[in-house]
Design a protein around this ligand. Structure first.
Ligand code: NAP
Ligand code: GDD
Length: 370
């Protein structure tokens, strides 16, 4: 019998990579997607199976983390061996605008899943992975951060995720559920949400060199993150549920890079060298050289500017993870370097924007034509 997995947040960056990964391993994969007024399934189009196919391995269910009855019914129908709870309002800055919604989705949502497992008497059958985050470390108490580092959350998102973390630990201890937290540091990819800083940069750099955008407005250039690739991190999620016992695990690369450095890397992938001048809110990124004859960028052109609207009321300045535990006990290690991640993201966005450029010049998209 194939193992059965249920993924909440299957339409997201991680959900889509994880679904692909589990399907390759022979799982039957069920995903929870929410209703939206336009298609939200772009990331899973390549693995989508039409409901009319008789024996499907990839099945979608409408659902929402704020609806206990719906979640309980899905879990009852699917009886999963493994649940990956990835659904969340995952944008830290936006969480300051919708704090109550974030608490409902990210915090109580996790409780709803755990409670469903308990009420349905699935405690011995169903393992659960909770998508915890390095944002829990917030204003960090030690460097690098590991499983024992105290939490100090700095946003409504991180506070909600802190509840989800502890309720997962509590259900493990109280009801002996195989419930584990993956404390994942930032991970990126070509399908990263467009408003997270890495994707915002690779999209803008692509548009700027193609002449489709003048400049990029960003916030805190000094922030440093431990950036890995989503593909490596979904593998870690699966490994965490294959461990001998439920536990909590830090997943990270162990290298940290600033937003400013990420910007330089992204532009350098297309032959453009940037230099930063000025201080604080007046800092700007200028083109120093453009080695690629395909792109006509003026030397000295201002392409990066600070906009204080992108600063957060409370910031997480610096994160770097110590993932020795998962490396030692589960033999996980990241395959991708940051250079490879940036190159992959830039290549994908250049391709995407070239299509936009073509359409803007009056070309047509064959997909829209038929
Ligand atoms: P993402 O791309 O933003 O995906 C979030 C997913 O959750 C989407 O499928 C979204 O649906 C769904 N969702 C949001 N609110 C929902 C609701 N009320 N009910 C049902 N589904 C809902 O996030 P990600 O980067 O893949 O991250 C996956 C998880 O890991 C999240 O819990 C995130 O907080 C956590 N995490 C991420 C990172 C990272 O660096 N990526 C690091 C640590 C932890 P729509 O597609 O309809 O919006
Ligand atoms: N989004 C964004 N936009 N961030 C910016 C910008 C900007 O224009 N300019 C600077 N930054 C800085 C932010 O202030 C932050 O310090 C850093 O870039 C990274 O921001 P994001 O890419 O939005 O990610 P995040 O670190 O806040 O949160 C992501 O990683 C967490 C794991 O640590 C999300 O994926 C969370 O869901 C995840 O838990």
């Amino acid at each position: 019998m194939n193992k059965v997995a249920l993924i909440t947040g299957v339409t997201g960056q991680d959900g889509s990579y994880l679904a692909e990964f589990l399907l390759k391993k022979g799982y039957q994969v069920h995903g929870v997607k929410r209703r939206s007024s336009s298609f939200n399934t772009d990331r899973i189009e390549h693995i989508y199976e039409d409901p009319h196919i008789e024996k499907r391995n990839f099945i979608l269910h409408y659902g929402d983390m704020t609806d206990s009855m719906n979640l309980t019914k899905i879990i009852k129908d699917v009886e999963p061996d493994e649940i990956y709870n990835l659904a969340a309002m995952s944008h830290v800055h936006v969480s300051f605008d919708v704090p109550e919604y974030v608490a409902d989705t990210d915090a109580v949502g996790a409780l709803r899943i755990l409670e469903a497992i308990r009420l349905l008497n699935l405690t011995d059958k169903t393992k659960i992975y909770q998508a915890s985050t390095s944002e829990l470390f917030g204003k960090v108490q030690e460097t690098p951060q590991n499983e024992k580092t105290p939490f100090n959350p700095r946003s409504p998102y991180a506070v909600a995720k802190m509840y989800a973390y502890w309720i997962t630990v509590n259900y493990r201890e109280a009801y002996n559920i195989f419930a584990s937290n993956g404390i994942l540091f930032n991970h990126e990819s070509p399908v990263r949400g467009e408003t997270f800083v890495t994707r915002k940069i690779t999209r803008a750099a692509s548009k700027i060199v193609l002449g489709l955008q003048d400049k990029l407005y960003v916030g805190n250039l000094d922030a440093e993150r431990d950036w890995g690739h989503a593909k490596d991190y979904v593998k870690a999620m699966w490994m965490i549920l294959q461990a001998k016992k439920a536990d909590d695990w830090v997943v990270s690369t162990g290298k940290s890079t600033s937003v400013r450095e990420f910007l330089k890397l992204a532009f350098s992938c297309v032959g453009v060298e940037l230099s930063f001048v000025g201080k604080g809110i007046n800092e700007r990124g200028l083109v120093v050289s453009c080695k690629n004859p395909k792109y006509q960028l003026e030397i000295g052109k201002e392409v990066v500017v600070i906009d204080s609207n992108y600063f957060r009321p409370t910031e997480v300045d610096f994160l770097i993870g110590d993932s020795s535990k998962i490396r030692k006990e589960l033999a996980w290690k990241p395959e991708y370097t940051l250079d490879q991640i940036v190159k992959e993201m830039m290549a994908s966005d250049i391709k995407l924007m070239q299509k936009d450029q073509y359409l803007q010049k009056g070309g047509f998209d064959i997909k829209n034509y038929f």
